[in-house]
Design a protein around this ligand. Structure first.
Ligand SMILES: N[C@@H](CCC(=O)N[C@@H](CS)C(=O)NCC(=O)O)C(=O)O
Length: 306
């Protein structure tokens, strides 16, 4: 983000607000996340986390950041890595589960996803979605190219995703879909950046099957839930506004990943909104996809969209 922009253009300021000398947190901002966002870190309440029987314990929610982790686990299992069995526990960020003491112990940043590897001694916490993907790819020697140049490309794009997605989610998505008022300056700024990012991907995918070249990798697993979802009209009801159909190589790549059985399963895990048949709140066994989706557990439950 450039720090050198002209910030003195009066018509670009929302009316009626002059920042005070010292910012204080004395009111709710409104908007979708007003009740959970705070300017301080640390736990708000004591709560231990549940632990299941598998080597990996994942605590998450099926937002794009959460789907990165569940897609990776499902890809590893699909590829026959039995050691990648996992329990996935639902963290409801709207209820503030990420601020429980047990959660903060394993992720001081209080964001989903986080996981704990119980197969090592001492057990290892892994937070930040890209760290989870790298950890699992190294542990199972999978979805990270062995060729050094291709491996470097995969990591280039993995880091690109971690730097770029906050503009999409925290910038565009926040101001276009969640903010309590529509601010033209903010929406313009982030719509422009998100379209630029889609064009970056589209140009790269014009010449490459996958992000790191011919091999499907953790770069695709990281980018797909965000930019694949955006290109397929699944994020922020913004398909028409951003004209996402124009990015045809991104669409081709997004469709190819969506066709993978692991992607279809990964999207369902820890999902707590939408069609009940697509919601698997907790995943403890491969059979859960058939037996424990919300339509089977509670046919009358009201979905609550995130
Ligand atoms: N850089 C983090 C971002 C994670 C993140 O922002 N998670 C969001 C959901 S998508 C969250 O937990 N928000 C809860 C909150 O802000 O309190 C990662 O990639 O793991």
């Amino acid at each position: 983000m450039a720090d050198t922009e002209d910030t003195e253009t009066p018509e670009n300021q929302p009316p009626g607000y002059e920042p005070p000398a010292v910012w204080t947190w004395d009111k709710e901002s409104g908007g979708r996340f007003a009740s959970i966002n705070r300017p301080i870190a640390g736990p708000t309440h004591d709560k231990e986390l549940p632990v299941g029987k598998h080597p990996f314990q994942l605590y998450s929610l099926a937002t794009p950041n959460g789907v990165k982790a569940t897609l990776m686990f499902e890809e590893l299992l699909e590829a026959g890595h039995e050691g990648a069995e996992y329990d996935a526990w639902l963290i409801n960020i709207g209820d503030g589960d990420q601020f429980g003491s047990g959660y903060v112990d394993i992720n001081p940043n209080s964001k989903i996803p986080v996981m704990v590897d119980h197969s090592v001694e001492p057990k290892q916490r892994v937070f930040e979605s890209a760290s989870i993907l790298l950890y699992l790819s190294e542990k199972f020697d999978a979805f990270l190219p062995k060729d050094h140049a291709a491996r470097t490309e995969a990591i280039n794009w993995l880091m690109w995703q971690m730097g770029s997605a906050p503009y999409l989610g925290g910038g565009f998505g926040h101001f276009y879909a969640y903010a309590p008022m529509k601010i033209e300056y903010a929406i313009d700024r982030f719509a422009m950046e998100v379209k630029r990012q889609l064009d970056v991907l589209d140009r790269h995918l014009a010449d490459n099957d996958y992000m790191a070249g011919s091999e499907y990798s953790i770069a695709d697993i990281a980018i797909w839930p965000w930019y694949g979802g955006l290109a397929k009209g699944l994020l922020y009801d913004s398909a028409e506004f951003l004209q996402v159909h124009e990015y045809k190589h991104v669409n081709r790549w997004a469709d190819a990943i969506m066709a993978r059985p692991a992607a279809q399963r990964g999207r369902m895990v820890n999902r707590a909104w939408g069609d009940p048949a697509t919601q698997l709140h907790e995943r403890h066994d491969a059979s859960d996809f058939e037996l424990r989706t919300q339509d089977k557990l509670e046919p009358e439950a009201e979905p609550s969209e995130m």
